[in-house]
Design a protein around this ligand. Sequence first.
Ligand code: FE2
Ligand code: FE2
Length: 388
Amino acid sequence: MILDVTRRLMSVTDLDSLLHLMAEATQELLAADRATIFIVDADRGELWSRIALGTGEIRIALGTGIAGSVAQTGEVINIPDAYADARFNPEPDQQSGYQTKSLLTYPMTGQEGRVIGVFQAVNKHGGGPFTTADEDTLASLAASAAVAVENAQLVAEQKQLWQTLIETLAMTVDARDQQTAGHSLRVTRYADVIGRAMGLRGKDLEKLRAAALLHDYGKIAVRDKFLQKPGKLDDAEFEYMKAHAEKTGEFLAHLEFPRDMRDVPVIAAQHHERMDGKGYPKGLAAESIVLGARIVAAADVFDALTAPRYYKPAYPLDRTLEIMDGMAGEHLDPKVMAAVHAAKPHLEAALAALKHTWPKPGYEGMGTIQEAAGLSERDRAAAKATTS
Ligand SMILES: [Fe+2]
Ligand SMILES: [Fe+2]
């Protein structure tokens, strides 16, 4: 049974599922009425668990209570009769109406001998105490559980590192130009909403979000005088500005993406391609543009229109959708636009939640340029949106 549990533990890499699996196994192997697994949070000096009280999280300071002292000392505490033992705190029982009797609390020790978690089994079936055989069973389970938990923690840390790394890259590029403050973050949220409306899930959504976050990364190589020019770019400047999409692809090709994330640079680099083939950098058309890039393109235009820019005010949602509908077919993918409409309430909520990330009014250039004469509002917005 322990071998079987071990096999199952090793196939799980997220901590929440692991906690659940370990609690189930403990309950089953020890014939206990309940089992809770606590994990040590060394940074906060606490133990936490998600199991005991349903979906909520419980936290205990290290050194307090029975689980807290097992975590601190690494010593097993096996109590045959909880109410006859001074270390037992009857308060949770009083609140829940549960009657604790026998209680086995066992440390989970990690690679360097540190206690990384605690098993707690409550009320042995049949009413007797937990035995030394139960302790031996937990010793075997704890050994494999510790490996699984440390693995899961490592995976979570790697994911965190990866996520904060790409967020930092996006922040550095957005920070170069006040008028696009928060742009990459917002495009990521909008792309996520649109992607979901198109039925994307799991890894596909993850790839889409990473590509959206990094879509304008190539702007890091665009000189300030073009990037921050408070006014309309002339044709030559616009040509120069266009290089950012290709640069995004080049720079991201340097990042060693995990195997299942390899399309990210391609999605990001194609965000200025258009359905009619008149986009850049490659002039790809329609279905030869990857779906993710067609979604990022719509999210990109959505942000350019809804957020204020020096050459335009923040357009309201309905006006934005109207302009985007006018771009469907030639520029934007009509299927993506259908998803934009289907997701309108979600986009509206995201828009409201992200308003505080908009560029602040009153910085140099903002609100001073309203010329761009000779173009209709729609043309101006659409033309400008493609430079974002
Ligand atoms: Fe762009
Ligand atoms: Fe953009």
